[in-house]
Each structure stands twice: as C-alpha cells, then as structure tokens.
Design a protein around this ligand. Structure first.
Ligand code: FE2
Length: 476
C-alpha cells in the first residue's frame, strides 16, 4: 500500500510527477508548422518520483528519472516517456512502494539494503553510439534511443566505474566527451576523477585528483585548450554528517576555488584560483583567449550568491523554493600569465535565470549566442521560469519570449538550421507548461527572433514535469 504525496512545493503543480508512461504517435500541431528540415529527437530528463517519499521529506534532486522524447520528422512530431529502470527503480517497482528516501541523509528501509541508489534523473546525452541517462552520483545508464528501454549501467567497456557528472562536455572539433566525477573515492571524499572518451566511445584518459574540499560539484567547463573545475562551498563534510548535520550545506567560509588545467597537461598542474563564496549550477560557456599576448580564460556562468535548495551548515534555512535565490549571468576572467590566484567578475546583464545553453558547435570557443530560461513575472512557489532569453554575448542585446500568464518554460536547446549554418542560426526547441490546461507543449522557435513566439507548437497528451536537462540528436 502506498500513501498520498505530501504537500510539498516540489511535489505540486508541475513539479508533481506523472504516473503514466505513454506513446503518442502524432502530436497535434496547433500553431504554425514544424520546419520540414528539422529532423531528430529532443530528449529530456527530470525527476519523477515513482512513489511518495518516506517520512514526508523530499528533495527535488532525488526523484527517479523519467525520459521524455520528442521525435521530429517531415513536419510531424511524436512523443514518448519512460522511467529509467535503474536498480532503485526496479527494486521499488517490484516492491510496489518506496524503499529509498528522496531526502538527503535518509537511511531508506531495511529492504533497500544493497540496492544501489541511482536515479539517473539529470541529463541525457548521446555519445559514442549510446544514449546515456545521467545523474551525478553514478555511472551512466544506457537506453535504447528509439524505445527508451533501459539497457543497464554503462562502464565504458570496463574502463570507468565511478560517478559521472550529468554535465559532460563535448569537443566540437574532436568529438571527444570529457567528464568528471566527484566523491570519486567514496562518499564524502574530495577526490575527483577526470575522464576523456573519444568519439568512438573509448576511454583515452582517466585521472584522479583531490579538490580543496569535498562538495557538490554539479558542472564544469572546458575550452579547446583548458579544463576548468569549479569548486563551490556547498560542502559535504563527513564530520558534520556524522553529528547529524546536513549532507550538503552552504558553507561560505570555505570560499570558491576554481581549478584550471591545460587539456594536454597532467592533473598535478591544476592551478587553483580563489573567489568569493557563491554557487554555479551551470556555466554557459568558456574559451581560452590569447589576445594581447596573454593567456586568459573567459568563463560565462550563472552565479547564485548562495546555493539554492540546500540548508546552512547548522541545518537552518532549508529552502525548497527556486524563487528564493536568483542566479545572474556573469563573466569571470582568469589571467593565466598573472601571479595572483584571483579572478575578475563582471555582470553580463540584469535578467537572472538558469539553464544556460549555446550553439554547442561553439562549446569551448569564442562565441556570440547564448540562451537561457528566466523569470520576469512575480516569483511564486511552483513557478520557476516564464521567459526564454536569447543573449547576444557580443552586443549585449537581449531578445525574450514570454509565453504569457500561467505558462512556464523549460531549458532551451539549440538546433542549427543546417550543418553549415553560421553560429546561432537555427531553432530553439523546448517545452512549455500551460497551467490552465495542465498540459505541456513542444515548441520550436526561430533564433532569428524568438520574441515572435514559436514557429510551431504541438500539444502533448500529458504534462512534462519541470525537470533538468535535455539534448537534441539529429536524425540519421
Ligand atoms: Fe544541471
């Protein structure tokens, strides 16, 4: 027997899970037309807790992952959604109830002993011929790219068994996938792994190093020449946890430490820069500049002044509302020819948001076009983002799409109009949640001017809960 979902803002409105898996072969395109030359699949991942939490405590980050796939071809679009069938999922489905907590620090039920905690709920990427669902605490989980059937954990042919960030980076020139994994030497350890996988899916480099302290490390940044490992003070302190304190806590005294390494150098050469305490879930992009004969790293990141969704070290202010904190797009500049360990920061605009993306053919390179989700309406519970933003990083110009009252947006994903298209020429694909219909729409925007609204809108037969990240995979 299960019990009802509790009153928790991260389990209500469009944060609430959907309980049905479905296939919709032809979505009704209710506005405009799906561009004929748009062909591929938008995969999205997000937490979708399969049962109510134990003990009524729930964290958004710990619900079991559900994949949503929008397949586009010949002006038509189909939809399907599936849970990722991890060990955790399978054990709970078999039991018909929740065995593993969706709260940090929970112990789970005795039946959960030996069951690997894996929610695979954060991102979904395609690399080396594999569709991989990712969270940041486990190996990736491979899925069938058409049916979304779970194939099982993927260890890169036995070459990497550790945790993998949900934010690997892809070198647009070499096709390599680079990733790190934190707590790579076990829970609470400051050890970080760094792995490079070639375009064929083979591990070509596997390293380990120690961060200045153990913390939640959500993302990192790469350029064509450097790797940047940002460590922010959302600390994981074993001593604190043993005393009953929070698993992950805002610990500003630890400061921010940003490690920078040349891609062709060893982890022993990582140079640590020091900055004010802050938290960045997501960078937009970074690149290495040699202007004026000096080597600099320019990194554009969505910076929160305090980590959202996690308490202080003493357990106070256990915020569960995204609207409590806003992140702003800032540019950090690291001068690698200087002798200091500091870096500079400048604000890039005055509209906060998150889920920054770019034309990923420019990952790690000097770039112009960025995209993100923002909140321009009144902050309120259960209403994260209501605006899509196209930011011209060279001119500062900002173009916005506001779908209107009661409509909320998710992470925008850029698709080039064609392979040879210039940077930023293409479409943004995303999902819109319409509160009045309690349903989601697939939308396609032309990046030429997103303020005109979608060139196509197709109605889903269900809602796609607010989740995390997605990626487009071209057909063929
Ligand atoms: Fe993320």
């Amino acid at each position: 027997m299960s019990k009802p979902f509790p009153q928790d803002s991260m389990l209500q409105e469009n944060f609430a899970p959907v309980m049905a898996e479905c296939v919709a072969p032809d979505l009704v395109v209710v506005e405009g037309e799906i561009p004929k030359d748009l062909a591929g699949t938008l995969y999205r991942n997000g937490p979708n807790p399969m049962f109510p939490p134990l003990a009524n405590k729930h964290h958004w980050f710990l619900g079991e992952g559900m994949i949503h796939a929008l397949q586009v071809e010949d002006g038509r679009v189909s939809y399907r959604n599936r849970w990722v069938q991890t060990e955790q999922y399978n054990a709970q489905r078999k039991a018909g109830r929740r065995l593993i907590d969706t709260a940090f620090g929970g112990q789970g039920l005795p039946e959960a002993e030996g069951v690997k905690r894996n929610v695979a709920n954060t991102n979904i990427v395609f690399h080396g011929g594999k569709l991989l669902a990712l969270d940041e605490g486990n190996q990736p989980v491979a899925l069938d790219a058409n049916t979304l059937d779970t194939k099982g954990s993927w260890d890169f042919g036995g070459k990497y068994q550790g945790p993998m960030t949900a934010h690997p980076k892809f070198d647009p020139k070499t096709g390599e996938m680079m990733f790190f994994g934190y707590m790579a030497a076990g829970p609470g350890s400051p050890d970080i792994s760094y792995t490079v996988v070639n375009a064929a899916g083979e591990v070509t480099r596997a390293d380990m190093f120690k961060a200045p302290y153990a913390s939640m490390v959500h993302d990192f940044i790469t350029t064509d020449e450097h790797v940047i490992f940002p460590i922010f003070p959302a600390t994981i302190d074993v001593e604190r946890i043993m005393k009953g304190g929070p698993t992950i806590a805002w610990d500003p005294d630890a400061g921010s430490r940003i490690g920078i390494m040349a891609r062709d150098a060893g982890v022993g050469t990582i140079r640590w820069f020091t900055g004010d305490p802050c938290y960045v879930y997501h960078p937009m992009n970074a690149y290495t500049s040699h202007e004026g004969g000096r080597t600099r790293i320019i990194a554009d990141v969505m910076k929160y002044n305090r980590v959202p969704l996690f308490p202080n070290t003493d357990g106070t202010k256990a915020s569960s509302n995204l609207a409590d904190e806003t992140s702003m797009l800032v540019r950090w500049t690291f001068d690698l020819d200087s002798n200091t360990d500091t870096y500079t920061e400048e604000a890039l605009n005055d509209l906060g948001g998150d889920f920054p993306r770019l034309d990923e053919r420019y990952t790690g390179l000097d770039y112009r076009h960025g995209y993100y989700a923002a909140l321009t309406g009144e902050p309120a519970r259960g209403k994260p983002f209501d605006t899509l933003v196209h930011a011209d990083m060279k001119t500062g110009k900002r173009t916005e799409y506001r779908p209107g009252p009661g409509k909320f947006v998710m992470e925008p994903v850029f698709v080039p109009r064609k392979e040879s298209a210039i940077e930023g020429d293409g479409w943004l694909v995303s999902l819109l949640y319409d509160q009045s219909r309690n349903l989601s729409d697939f939308i396609v925007m032309d990046t030429d001017d997103i303020s005109k609204g979608p060139v196509a809108r197709a109605e889903l037969p269900t809602r796609v809960p607010f989740g995390f990240h997605g990626n487009w995979r071209n057909a063929g």
